[in-house]
Design a protein around this ligand. Structure first.
Ligand code: KG4
Ligand code: ZN
Length: 329
């Protein structure tokens, strides 16, 4: 069964053809990073306009790369949220038009669930439940108990900035490019040692995160308000270490407390190799993490999550709507 996955929730126009929920036939991502870089972040109106321009060529490329004709698409899966409203609308309306024209089932996908299902792409192994999913992206930092396919309970979340957002903001403070995560990771890898130990937030709830205090601390250091500023690379390494430690500590705690049989690491920040390494070292249970290219937004993860929903008998009508504030669990 060939599922076309369509993802336009933020600044990537991404379409993919995935066979039987896990075999990637094509996965085309048209990134708008350069367009938004000069503004230091994603400009919603520009994102929508770019999606409109890119979506047909990206579909054509996805079909060509998969060697699949449009008529060989068996179902259409599309991100309905969370994300930027105008950006989501482009993908959703395109998906509806395609599903209607082809007389194929349509299914709406939660973008965060898509990130989780990226962990099972190109793999044969069955998922083991219960599992803890640590979803860390530009907009979310969630610790989720996954009791089965499509069954989620959110245990924790960020009370302020998301992990990826913190990377992006600190990158800006250090004069690095956008998106900040890869830039910080690159710079940190050149440091001989981190610039000391930066704080980890203490929160009332056991699985919650807070990163805005850490960002403010970095800002004070950069401005020389805490003495002579250390080299940017050492500061980047100390920042990354603090974020990684908080994320791994909470995910491992949640896994232990809930008898999880595995941890799934998902979302754009999961591309970070310090995070991947630390979680693998400290987790008491197996860690499933997608290859870095499948951690950031893509259409294959939407097709994979949509496939599971379709198998469960879920399809959407043409009244399917976006849900920009959609959560998980
Ligand atoms: O999942 P994603 O592609 O889009 C959202 O759904 O938000 O995540 C994007 C976020 C950005 O904040 C970006 O800086 C971060 O993921 N990111 C990283 C890395 N690659 C992307 N953060 C840390 N290290 C990375 N290597
Ligand atoms: Zn994402």
């Amino acid at each position: 069964m060939n599922v076309l996955g369509i993802e336009t929730s933020c600044d990537e126009t991404a379409l993919a053809v995935v066979a039987d929920g896990h075999r990637i036939l094509s996965n085309i991502v048209s990134s708008q990073v350069e367009l938004h870089a000069r503004y230091g972040g994603v400009v919603p109106e520009l994102a929508s306009r770019e999606h409109v321009q890119a979506i047909v060529p990206v579909l054509e490329e996805a079909l060509r790369a998969a060697s699949v004709h449009l008529e060989e698409i068996d179902a259409v899966a599309v991100t309905r949220g969370p994300g930027l409203a105008g950006a989501l609308l482009v993908g959703l309306n395109f998906a509806k038009a395609l599903a209607f024209a082809l007389s194929r089932p349509l299914v709406g996908v939660n973008h965060l669930e898509g990130h989780i299902y990226a962990a099972w792409l190109e793999r044969d192994g069955e998922a083991e439940f219960p599992a803890i999913a640590l979803i860390v992206s530009g907009g979310h930092s969630d610790v989720v108990l996954m009791e089965g396919h499509g069954r989620y309970r959110r245990l924790g979340e960020t009370v302020d900035d998301a992990a990826g957002e913190a990377f992006d903001k600190v990158a800006r403070l250090l004069g690095l490019g956008f998106p900040g995560g890869p830039a910080i990771e690159r710079l940190a890898s050149t440091a001989a040692a981190p610039a000391g130990r930066l704080p980890r937030a203490r929160l009332e709830l056991p699985y919650d995160f807070s990163f805005s205090g850490l960002k403010t601390k970095v800002q004070r250091i950069v401005r020389g308000e805490e003495g002579k500023a250390p080299p940017a690379a050492a500061l980047a390494a100390a920042f990354q270490e603090s974020v990684v430690d908080s994320l791994v500590t909470k995910a491992v705690q949640a896994a232990t407390d809930h008898g999880a049989r595995g941890i799934i690491l998902a979302g754009g920040v999961a591309a970070n190799s310090a995070l991947r390494t630390a979680l693998a070292e400290r987790s008491p249970v197996p860690v499933a993490v997608p290859p870095p290219a499948l951690c950031t937004d893509n259409g294959a993860m939407i097709a994979a999550a949509g496939y599971t929903r379709l198998l469960a008998g879920e399809t959407a009508g043409l009244d399917l709507d976006i849900d920009p504030g959609l959560r998980i669990g």
